[in-house]
Structure formats: structure tokens, C-alpha cells
Design a protein around this ligand. Structure first.
Ligand SMILES: [Zn+2]
Length: 193
């Protein structure tokens, strides 16, 4: 949050009323941590993390969204990523500056492949154009997995470096929509191994 000294308001504490934006409201909701996510973690090998972000940045090329799916295994509260599949390799993703898709057919093939290999989808990761890393209504509706604790990461600036977890949107599926982890929680939840 930005804090700018406001000289103009000095000495006039009662001027105006406090403003609470939609963003503030969703932020305070996000702080109430759902019980079902109490110990949930996402473990990602550092090399996989870097490979994925490099590839997403290349695909986004500074003008369009790109996305990938981390697959791997589940162990209690831990989701462990071990490999990556890119939307643009799974299908024609029709990516534009603010959107992209994974076709129903590609999803079906993905589920079949994973079932054969005995692997799970552990996280979705996609890029956004600027610094906003919330989930849009479209993102929330674009379900590839409704499992509680399923992860969805949003990378700002079309995946451009530096890749700092603190600037990435870290969301997990709850009983009732999505929860966004913030601040010091992020380092405890997403662990690069
Ligand atoms: Zn999005």
C-alpha cells in the first residue's frame, strides 16, 4: 500500500469521510483464513519455477496472456509440482492481451493423460498484463479443478523478470470460492525447493 504524506490534510482531521474501496473490502475478506487451508502448501522445484516463468514470459511476449498447468502429486496438505504443461501446447489458446482459453477437448485429453500417468493437477499459473494479480471473474469461472486447496498463481507484467513470489498472486481454492494469501503467509505457503 502506498503511504504519501498529506500536508493538505494536516490540522483538518475531520475533513471528509474514510473511503473503503472494493479492493479494500476484498483485501480484508482475504485476511480471514479459511480453516480448510490451514496447512495447505505448494512445493515447486526452483528449476521448474524458473523454467515455467521463462516460458510464459516468452509466450506472452509482452502483449498477450499465457498460462500453464503444474502437475504432480498430493501428499496430505502438500501439493508437489513436478512437471509443467503449457496451454499453448495443449491447444490453440486464442490468447489475447486480456484472455486465453483452454478448449474443452484439451481439458478432456489432459484429464485422460493424467489419469493414465497417475498424476494430479496441482496449480494453474497464468500471466496478467500489469501489476494486478487478483483473479478476474473469468479466472474464477475457468475451472480446471475444483479440489479444495487447488492453487492458482497469477504472474504480473506478462511474466517479465524479476520473478518475486511477493508480487505474484497466490490463490487457493476453498469450500466457498478462492482465498488469496498475502504478505508473510506467501513464503510459508509456496515453497521453492
Ligand atoms: Zn487472469
Amino acid at each position: 500500500m502506498e503511504t504519501k504524506p498529506s500536508m493538505a490534510k494536516k490540522g483538518k482531521p475531520n475533513r471528509g469521510i474514510p473511503r473503503f474501496s472494493e479492493d479494500d473490502a476484498s483485501r480484508s475478506r482475504a485476511r480471514v483464513q479459511p480453516e480448510e487451508l490451514k496447512h495447505t502448501r505448494l512445493l515447486v522445484p526452483q528449476s521448474l519455477f524458473e523454467r515455467t516463468l521463462r516460458q510464459l514470459a516468452d509466450r506472452s511476449a509482452g502483449w498477450r496472456e499465457s498460462a500453464a498447468i503444474w502437475i504432480g502429486s498430493l501428499d496430505g496438505d502438500d501439493a508437489i509440482a513436478s512437471d509443467v504443461l503449457y496451454h499453448h501446447e495443449l491447444c490453440e489458446d486464442n490468447a489475447g492481451p486480456l484472455s486465453l482459453e483452454l478448449s474443452e477437448r484439451a481439458k478432456f485429453e489432459l484429464y485422460r493423460t493424467l489419469a493414465t500417468k497417475g498424476q494430479k493437477i496441482v496449480s494453474l499459473i497464468h500471466t496478467h498484463p500489469r501489476d494486478w494479480v487478483g483473479l478476474s471473474a473469468v479466472d474464477e469461472d475457468n475451472q480446471i479443478c475444483s479440489r479444495i486447496g487447488f492453487w492458482s498463481l497469477v504472474v504480473p507484467w506478462y511474466g517479465r523478470e524479476p520473478w518475486d513470489l511477493a508480487r505474484i498472486g497466490i490463490h487457493a481454492r476453498t469450500n466457498d470460492g478462492w482465498h488469496e494469501f498475502r504478505g508473510s503467509e506467501i513464503g510459508r505457503r509456496v515453497v521453492l525447493v
